[in-house]
Design a protein around this ligand. Structure first.
Ligand SMILES: Cc1cc2nc3c(=O)[nH]c(=O)nc-3n(C[C@H](O)[C@H](O)[C@H](O)COP(=O)(O)OP(=O)(O)OC[C@H]3O[C@@H](n4cnc5c(N)ncnc54)[C@H](O)[C@@H]3O)c2cc1C
Length: 459
């Protein structure tokens, strides 16, 4: 009898859970060992928040984890007594509960019986053992797997180049917004938030709730805030794929937005084509997009739920939150806090702003070398992964197979899913795209396992 093969899925946020569920869907498919270092499986960075102010930024109607069952999440909400209709934005905590319930339900099916193992630990290294992988765990144990899927989520934000080394080690600097406990923030004084995007919005909401007397200044190069969803948004405008350079694509987008009743319908209409547009662009064009157009694209594409936008309006109107456009020259230690030396946009006179706390809210980074993640550092050291050409994460092929430092997929049983693969797909940071990638990746994994069974080494 054939040995049942094992797939290690590392990370149990949305990407890892969905890949695991798809692998379990396959009759006679492999065993899945899902490894997660957080206390709870199925939450990841996005859905582990317990704050009622942290809402999904995608309508409930578009958050089904299963694209072939578009009502799956709405039905779950109804069954669980959450008042909702398709256009509402429910809490992110609620979405974490949904994912956990899917994991529980899958484990109880006859098909998956005995095939799902949850490992509450961190993976620190992978080693090749013949045709298999040895997965090393932080607690000192390990296990062998036939294939491995990295579902590690976003890499931590890049530290600002303007941060003095002493400031970087100061307790007044928070490098990781997601691990910050707002209750540890100063009672009053000023907090400077580096960045004005969705991460900043999240942090501002949490801080204002825990510390109502804090003054917050959010700084970014352009000072652009994410736009908002409409309460009842327009249906996406069916769009053709945009062709040509970044400039030509943006011109087509602007023209379509000008002719539409609402620009949101155009942005949502082009979204199904974004991966293909990105794929068609040569590297130089992708870099041009990242340099010049990304901030504009991000604020229109990743929008705020209306109640969140109202809360931000309120904080702004009350003076608790100010946003500014400017260029930071240096961040230095000063009197137990930090001092930001910066130039506001359009001003020549430099400014100095004191902060009791500076929080890096610049969003996900892409620096594999500097990520501080032992597993990532180990894989880089072994040449099993490399950065993609735009340095947004790891390099993968169109089947989500990892590309090694020699530029080839040397190991057909090593995969990655989720936002860490943005370099290859760009639009793979939110549920509507990751759910598709996870299903496709699971199919590729099963294909690779089948090929392994047939290889001479297996017989
Ligand atoms: C704050 C926030 C809000 C968001 N809101 C939305 C939204 O409303 N709608 C939407 O569609 N998308 C949203 N997103 C996008 C989000 O990226 C995706 O929806 C999705 O959650 C990404 O899941 P992931 O599993 O790839 O990453 P993560 O959720 O980050 O999960 C990765 C998991 O891997 C674990 N891990 C990492 N390394 C190891 C290791 N070495 N060993 C073991 N475990 C490891 C981590 O602990 C983590 O739990 C949001 C993202 C963030 C950050």
């Amino acid at each position: 009898m054939r040995r049942r093969q094992t797939v290690a899925v590392i990370g149990a946020g949305f990407s890892g859970v969905l890949t695991a569920l798809r692998l379990l869907d396959a009759p006679d498919g492999p065993c899945v060992r899902l490894v997660e270092r957080r206390a709870r499986f199925g939450q990841g960075a996005a859905y582990s928040t317990t704050s009622p102010q942290h809402l999904l930024n995608v309508r409930a109607a578009n958050m089904s984890a299963l694209p072939e069952q578009p009502l799956h999440f709405l039905d779950w909400l109804e069954r669980n007594g959450v008042t909702s209709e398709g256009r509402t934005f429910v809490t992110r905590a609620c979405y974490g509960d949904y994912l956990q319930s899917m994991l529980r339900a899958a484990a109880e099916t006859a098909r998956a019986a005995g095939r799902l193992m949850l490992e509450a630990d961190g993976v620190t290294a992978l080693h090749r053992r013949g045709e298999r992988w040895r997965v090393e765990l932080a607690m000192g144990r390990g296990f062998e797997a036939d294939a491995v899927v990295l579902a590690l989520g976003n890499l931590p934000p890049h530290p600002p180049a303007t941060l003095d080394p002493d400031a970087a080690h100061s307790p007044a600097y928070a490098a990781e917004p997601w691990t910050l406990d707002p209750e540890q923030a100063p009672e009053n004084g000023q907090v400077v938030l580096l960045g004005t995007g969705l991460t900043m919005v999240d942090v501002a909401l949490s801080l204002s709730q825990a510390r109502p007397d804090l003054q917050m200044l959010a700084l970014s190069r352009r000072g652009l805030l994410p736009r908002r969803h409409l309460g009842s948004g327009p249906a996406p405008e069916p769009m053709d794929k945009l062709d040509g350079s970044v400039t030509q694509a943006l011109c087509q987008l602007r023209a379509a937005a000008g002719a539409a009743d609402d620009w949101r319908a155009v942005v949502d209409g082009v979204r199904p084509h974004v991966q293909a547009i990105w794929r068609d662009w040569p590297q130089a064009e992708r870099r041009r997009f990242l340099r010049h157009a990304r901030p504009w694209w991000d604020i229109h594409r990743h929008r705020l739920a209306p109640p969140v936008a109202e809360r931000i309006d309120h904080l702004t109107a009350s003076g608790a939150l100010r946003t500014a456009a400017g260029r930071i020259a240096r961040i230095t230690p000063a009197d137990g806090g930090l001092e930001i030396h910066w130039n506001a946009r359009g001003e020549t006179e430099p400014r100095r702003t004191r902060a009791a706390l500076v929080i890096n809210c610049t969003g996900p980074g892409g620096d594999l070398g500097g990520s501080g993640e032992p597993l990532v550092a180990d894989l880089v050291r072994q040449g099993l992964i490399r950065a993609d050409a735009c340095r947004l994460g790891v390099d993968v092929d169109s089947d989500s197979r990892l590309v090694g430092d020699g530029g080839a997929c040397d190991h057909p049983t090593l995969f990655a899913v989720g936002p860490i693969t943005r370099g290859a797909f760009w639009e793979v940071t939110a549920v509507p795209d990751i759910r598709v990638q996870a299903a496709e990746c699971a199919r590729s994994v099963i294909g690779a396992l089948d090929a392994l069974q047939l290889s001479p080494a297996a017989s």
